[in-house]
Design a protein around this ligand. Structure first.
Ligand SMILES: [Cu+2]
Length: 169
């Protein structure tokens, strides 16, 4: 019993170190959880849920934010702009996995939001890349992300800051 407890603690420690060494890429290359079943939405405007960003230490240049959007309008829309107070630059990115198993990412001009359908930005896929961080972002902070859409009015969303070792959330 004592032995298994000890090795369990060590495994957690090692995985935390691994996450720390992947600070810049980790936000983009993690495998996503796609176990959630997406629900449709109705109602005016774009609904935002599960909005969070990966914590960043002071002087860390980059992090990433994720969220689920659902366009309740009757017509298609698109997320076309993002910005975050405390980050000099933010842009939409898409992560793709190459055949050799290496993840790479590229900026994408916009994220399509089909009418009545959810669009999820999650680790391993689409994300909002936050660059030129001017400060640390720690759990408990409440950074505000500004979202701009093709049709819907711009919207401010408060992000939950999640620890870099909190891989599954
Ligand atoms: Cu990225």
């Amino acid at each position: 019993m004592m032995n298994s407890n000890r090795s369990g603690a060590r495994a957690v420690f090692i995985s935390a170190l691994g996450a720390a060494s992947l600070i810049t890429l980790g936000a983009c290359s993690r495998g996503g959880d796609d176990g959630k079943t997406a629900a449709s939405c109705t109602g005016p405007g774009v609904d935002v849920s599960e909005a969070w960003m990966r914590a960043a230490r002071e002087h860390q240049p980059m992090s990433a934010a994720y969220l689920t959007l659902c366009n309740g309008a009757d017509s298609d829309d698109a997320l076309i702009g993002v910005s975050l107070a405390g980050a000099q630059h933010a842009e939409l990115h898409q992560t793709t996995m190459k055949q050799n198993g290496v993840a790479s990412m590229a900026s994408s001009p916009g994220l399509a939001l089909p009418a009545g359908a959810p669009a999820t930005l999650a680790p391993g896929g689409a994300h909002i890349m936050l660059m030129g961080l001017e400060k640390a972002f720690e759990p408990g902070d409440a950074p505000v992300l500004l979202l701009q859409f093709e049709n819907a009015p711009a919207m401010e969303v408060t992000l939950e800051v999640r620890s870099i070792t909190d891989q599954d959330r």
